[in-house]
Design a protein around this ligand. Structure first.
Ligand code: PMM
Length: 285
């Protein structure tokens, strides 16, 4: 059996999975495009939401300003910085462990300067400037797999063997990033559920999660994703994103059983219930 780490070293502290699987709560900072005033309202709402998620027991709050949903258009660096950094600063200032969900080195740098501990990069730390910023700051990093980019990724995703291809990509990225100065104990890998994957690809990855990221901490993000809507529709169940939290809980429990160390979710309360239940069973001996 390969050695599985239980500590994730971040910029100024460490998190451990010794007690429980870590739960990362999602804070999306999107502004109301109809009025400038809306931005401020949404910023306050995002800060309140982050604090609420921490009260519920989230170990990490993940703050993102750019939608990575299929078909989403990119936003520029200044806009993303303006959305994300004040929220990061407020939440980090309140003592929370904050992750910044960005693929832009300048946004990551500003967020880290504002107190963020982790860079969550859905492009797999493929930008050398991002790698350099993570190495310099000593941040925790999430290296996620994505085929293509959010605008086009769901057009026609194709793999020889999705589980092997994703595992190989993550292994190669970890090697490259470590060669560029990021400490291995700072790295978490993520198969990128829904990022350039068909319904079947997502199920294959989740059913064989234990083949991915061996010897690494593994993060899994399934929360409210479209494949759950497909499953629920086929079962004639309500299937809008808000109807998907029980299904998300099932994926959380299964991900824990297959070795996930961190789960990224919208509904922190239900995810903690699911993860703690799975932890109790998986860790019983
Ligand atoms: N999914 C989304 C955004 N960021 N980051 C990581 N590491 N893993 C994910 O699966 C992931 C992510 C998209 O979900 P959202 O739009 O509901 O936040």
């Amino acid at each position: 059996m390969s050695f599985e780490p239980t500590t994730w070293d971040l910029r100024t502290r460490s998190l451990t999975t010794d007690d429980h699987t870590l739960v990362m709560g999602i804070v999306n900072v999107t502004h109301d495009s109809f009025s400038d005033g809306g931005r401020w309202i949404d910023r306050d709402a995002a800060i309140r939401h982050g604090l609420h998620l921490a009260d519920l027991g989230a170990d990490i709050v993940d703050v993102g300003g750019e939608s990575t949903r299929p078909g989403a258009s990119p936003i520029d660096t200044a806009e993303e910085t303006e959305r994300v950094v004040p929220v990061v600063r407020a939440l980090a200032g309140a003592g929370l462990v904050v992750s910044v969900d960005t693929s832009k080195p300048a946004v990551a740098a500003a967020a880290l300067a504002g107190g963020a501990e982790i860079v969550n990069d859905v492009t797999g730390l493929t930008d050398p400037e991002m790698v350099a910023e993570c190495a310099r700051s000593g941040a925790g990093v999430v290296i996620m797999h994505m085929q293509g980019n959010p605008r086009t990724m769901q057009a026609d995703p194709a793999y020889d063997d999705v589980v092997a291809d994703v595992a190989d990509f993550l292994q190669q990225r970890v090697r490259a990033v470590v060669e560029s100065g990021v400490e291995p104990s700072h790295i978490v890998v993520d198969p990128g559920i829904g990022f350039g994957k068909t319904f079947e690809h997502n199920l294959a990855l989740l059913s064989e999660l234990d083949r991915i990221g061996r010897g690494r901490l593994l993060l899994v993000g399934t929360s409210r994703k479209a494949f759950l809507g497909t499953i629920l529709e086929r079962a004639a169940r309500p299937a809008t994103p808000e109807d998907r939290d029980a299904a998300t809980g099932a994926t959380v429990a299964l991900a824990v059983a297959k070795g996930a160390s961190v789960v990224r979710v919208h509904d922190v309360a239900d995810a903690i219930s699911a993860a703690r239940t799975a932890d109790a069973i998986v860790r019983f001996h």
